[in-house]
Ligand binder design. Structure first.
Ligand SMILES: Nc1nc2c(ncn2[C@@H]2O[C@H](COP(=O)(O)OP(=O)(O)OP(=O)(O)O)[C@@H](O)[C@H]2O)c(=O)[nH]1
Ligand SMILES: [Mg+2]
Length: 391
């Protein structure tokens, strides 16, 4: 039975009501704060995995931005400065276990490495009995220092050597390039088992002289690429016989997959290009920025250019998408521009008139002009973003 309530007890109970409410509220707040604290502690014990962090970094495009302009080799291989610091910070987390989404435009030249499992999935080749003949064309100038590596890379190609011919087109060198190229050509056919091989010397003028920085000045690009287009077209006229495919390879590649030809043939397109990258510390970065896909923005920009204006890559943003950024679309992807680092062309396209434009052609020239011209002629132009050649 409850104790009878006296007036004093009732008074006491009424007075302690607000105190109890107050205490209860404080208790609730305390519990709430405790929960928050616990959640925070849990977060500390269960941080984002390195993959999640990398994914977030990549998706927020916090990687290195594309270089605004490349006027000297120091900007690509900086001795000091912010680029270097960013690379050092991100160095440990470099292999992704997923393929990053295709960006709207390429705003970074960092090419994240993917796990071997992913790469192998996109590089698997069927068993094939190869019979197509290939002719490799390489323009050369003042490249004596590169030719030994070039030879090593070609010799290790696993495509049947007796189906491969190799031709050099040299002009204007003032080092031993032509002598070495001639020697190499002999070795290719006598020692390495290639079909035909020869080095041509072209008596043409108009190339751009100077140190790397001068040659790559923006203002020099029209003359430099015009001359390169001329050298490539001469090589084509002199070297092409009855081969099925032409493989353009620059002599300054440092590493190529040994199944490069099989990979490019797998695409079965008229023009097909691998990525051309370079290594910087433990990072892979995009070297040949002439391999791209147009975007609505880049096409719109071109509408406001005069007919003879060149749209150059590597000299600030142009709103295109570079080949390595297209990996999320698959193994063989449509593109609009190609470079000369490595490029396979169905030889019939050349026979039917496809050449390297020696003047501005739809705001591009040389290899990029070749891709635009190919498209105009109805040929297919594709890239293989998982096939990586290193410059
Ligand atoms: N015949 C000929 N070949 C050239 C000339 N200039 C460059 N080449 C060659 O053409 C290929 C591409 O030239 P590169 O100078 O490497 O062009 P790039 O890759 O855009 O520029 P880099 O960053 O300097 O490598 C290489 O095999 C060169 O040796 C030239 O004036 N005449
Ligand atoms: Mg080069």
């Amino acid at each position: 039975m409850p104790a009878p309530c006296s007036i004093a007890t009732i008074k006491k109970r009424c007075c302690s009501g607000p105190v109890i409410t107050c205490l209860l509220t404080l208790n609730l707040i305390g519990t709430f704060m405790m929960i928050l604290l616990l959640m925070d502690v849990r977060k500390m014990h269960n941080p984002l995995s390195s993959q999640d962090k990398l994914r977030r970094l990549y998706e927020e495009r916090q990687f290195l931005p594309v270089f605004e302009s490349v006027h000297s080799r120091n900007q690509i291989f900086p001795e000091n400065g912010t680029d270097k610091d960013i690379f050092e910070e991100q160095e440990p987390e470099k292999v992704l276990d997923y393929i990053p989404p295709v960006p709207k435009i390429s705003d970074s030249d960092v090419v994240p490495s993917l796990t071997n499992e992913i790469m192998e999935q996109y590089l698997e080749l069927p068993d094939t009995n190869y019979t197509d003949t290939i002719v490799i064309f390489t323009p050369v100038r003042n490249s004596a220092e590169h030719l030994e590596t070039y030879e090593t890379q070609l010799v290790k190609l696993t495509y049947p050597h007796h189906l491969i011919s190799v031709f050099f087109g040299e002009d204007n060198s003032d080092d031993r390039t032509f002598t070495i190229a001639k020697m190499l050509a002999k070795r290719f056919s006598t020692i390495h088992g290639f079909k035909r091989s020869k080095a041509f010397h072209f008596n043409i003028t108009g190339g751009v002289d100077g140190v790397w920085g001068d040659i790559h000045e923006r203002t020099m690009q029209f003359a430099r690429r015009k001359h390169l287009a001329k050298s490539r077209n001469m090589l084509l006229r002199r070297g092409l016989k009855d081969e099925k495919w032409v493989l353009w390879i620059d002599c300054d590649i440092s590493q190529t997959p040994k199944d490069l030809i099989q990979q490019l043939l797998f695409a079965n397109k008229d023009l097909v290009s691998p990525c051309c990258l370079f290594r910087y510390k433990n990072f892979k970065r995009n070297y040949d920025k002439n391999i791209w896909r147009e975007t609505d923005i880049s096409l719109e920009d071109q509408k406001h250019m005069s007919r003879d204006q060149l749209m150059l890559e590597g000299y600030g943003p142009t709103s295109r998408i570079y080949l390595p950024d297209l990996r999320a679309e698959g193994r063989v992807v449509p593109i609009d521009g190609v470079g000369g680092c490595a490029l396979l062309v169905r030889a019939d396209c050349h026979r039917k008139g496809l050449i390297f434009p020696e003047d501005v052609y739809e705001h591009v020239i040389e290899t990029e002009g070749l891709a635009k011209m190919a498209k105009k002629m109805g040929y297919s132009v594709y890239g293989m973003p998982f096939v990586e050649v290193f410059h």
